[in-house]
Design a binder for this molecule. Structure first.
Ligand SMILES: O=P(O)(O)OC[C@H]1O[C@](O)(CO)[C@@H](O)[C@@H]1O
Length: 442
């Protein structure tokens, strides 16, 4: 049950992979020995075994309590504090989950944008339901989730009073410091920890991902087991045949040859948010010091009808990484038609998954012919276990790849620039000088 990689359409010679072997080993040494850049943020590396088992049990207990009581569960967070759980829940849930009677509780996300309309609509939708919230923020001060938390805390306090609200608010934040931690301690909210040495985008296996995934009804033990197995597999890797090493190497080889964009491709719509999580992981980790592959994504075959043209014939600065699942849950058979007006009878009786697979193969061959190298990652099945593996696979590959690229894959200093400007424009105390400077630029 391992993830495999096929690089034969990557237009990379085996010597090129072998040429990177010693750099891969150096990167691994730096990760494991904590001697590389950003070494204070390597808590995710052995988290699948070192995690707090007591807290894990508390998460399971809280999740089953929430599942037994709550109708609308609101997950408040942004970036690494929401993308991973949203990605896992979307990937594992049936489509249209919130419209299905058997899905309980309904899951909603808030604070991942600053849209007044979004939040007004969400509050109207859930206000008469039994609501609980999980606010997730490592810093505790990120503007978007902080605004959303105010809104939902007020809603809960109005509905249930301060006492009742207390039992409906779960906080995932730093163990000791931050505004959210202080508030949680003052109010007596149940809290879960984002470890100091785990950055947001590497935190899906911590309480950040675990509580929401468990509330959605998925097996977080399997999810952790997948991560552990992937970690052990990569730990035991001896050469460039290891899929994680090979992926990290391939993207660096292609980058060094002038490919500046990596497109994550899926043919399963439930994986769309997984690509969003992957984009943050690689974008924040590698996009610095004037370097980095720009991570983008397409959801096929949908996007073949919008972006297919530019991938096929646009500027040749991109390569694709395709996620393929060996086993896909359920299928729909294409019916025969009394008159074959649409000319589809030649595939009548086939499953749609069969057509999807041919779309994947046909596209791969067309894009490779169009000089877009393709890497194919095959995942045996779409399950909590395999997603646990896949998340760890990309995290580990990202750490290695960042070191190969010569950047610190564990910081994100560039994200602060927009925040400073926004605060100055909003008139936040302490930003007066910057506000004056920005006035001149308007
Ligand atoms: O969990 P926090 O501290 O609210 O941060 C949310 C996100 O914001 C960032 O810090 C960027 O602003 C991301 O790195 C992080 O995932």
């Amino acid at each position: 049950m391992s993830i495999t990689i096929d690089t034969k359409h990557g237009v990379i010679r085996e010597e090129e992979f072998l040429g990177l072997w010693s750099q891969i080993q150096d990167s691994e040494k730096a990760l494991k020995g904590k001697t590389g850049a950003g070494a204070d943020y390597l808590g995710w590396l052995d988290y699948p075994v070192s995690y707090d088992k007591g807290e894990f049990q508390r998460i399971e207990k809280a999740a089953s309590f929430i599942r037994s009581k709550c109708e609308a569960f609101i997950i408040i967070g942004i970036g690494g504090s929401y993308l991973g759980s949203k990605a896992m829940i979307d990937a594992l849930s049936p489509f249209f989950a919130n419209e299905r009677d058997e899905v309980q509780p309904k899951i909603y996300f808030a604070g991942q944008n600053i849209s007044g309309k979004y939040h007004d609509d969400l509050i109207r939708l859930v206000k008469d339901k039994d609501v609980m919230i999980n606010v997730i923020s490592k810093s505790g001060t990120t503007t978007e989730p902080a605004i959303a938390f105010r809104l939902f805390k007020n809603l809960l306090e109005e509905k249930y009073g301060a006492e009742g609200a207390r039992d409906r608010i779960y906080v995932t934040t730093d163990a000791k410091k931050g505004a959210l931690k202080e508030l949680a301690m003052a109010q007596g909210y149940e809290t879960f920890v984002i470890p100091d040495d785990v950055g947001g985008r590497y935190s899906v296996h911590t309480a950040v991902g675990l509580l929401p995934i468990a509330v959605a009804g998925f097996d977080i033990k399997d999810f952790m087991k997948g991560a552990k197995d992937q970690m052990e597999e990569t730990d035991g890797a001896m050469d460039m045949t290891d899929p994680c090493y090979r992926y990290a190497a391939a993207r660096n080889i292609l980058y060094r040859k002038g490919k500046t964009m990596e497109i994550m491709v899926n043919y399963q719509p439930e994986m769309a948010m997984f690509s969003e999580w992957w984009k943050q992981l690689f974008g924040e980790s590698e996009g610095k010091d004037g370097k980095g592959l720009f991570p983008v994504s397409v959801n096929n075959s949908t996007d073949l009808h919008s972006l297919g043209q530019i991938v096929q014939e646009g500027r040749r600065n991109m390569f694709e990484t395709i996620l393929v699942f060996d086993e896909v849950d359920r299928d729909t058979i294409i019916p025969t038609a009394s008159e074959d007006l649409d000319g589809l009878d030649y595939i009548a009786g086939s499953g749609m998954n069969h057509v999807n697979n041919k779309a994947f193969l046909g596209t791969l061959m067309a894009h490779v012919d169009g000089n877009v190298p393709n890497l194919v990652l095959t995942i045996p099945e779409l399950s909590a276990y395999m997603l646990g593996r896949l998340v760890y696979f990309f995290e580990r590959a990202c750490g290695i790849s960042g070191y190969l690229m010569g950047v610190n894959p564990f910081d994100q200093p560039g994200v602060e620039s927009y925040k400073r400007n926004m605060f100055a424009l909003l008139g936040k105390p302490g930003y007066e000088d910057l506000a004056r400077e920005l006035e001149g630029k308007k």
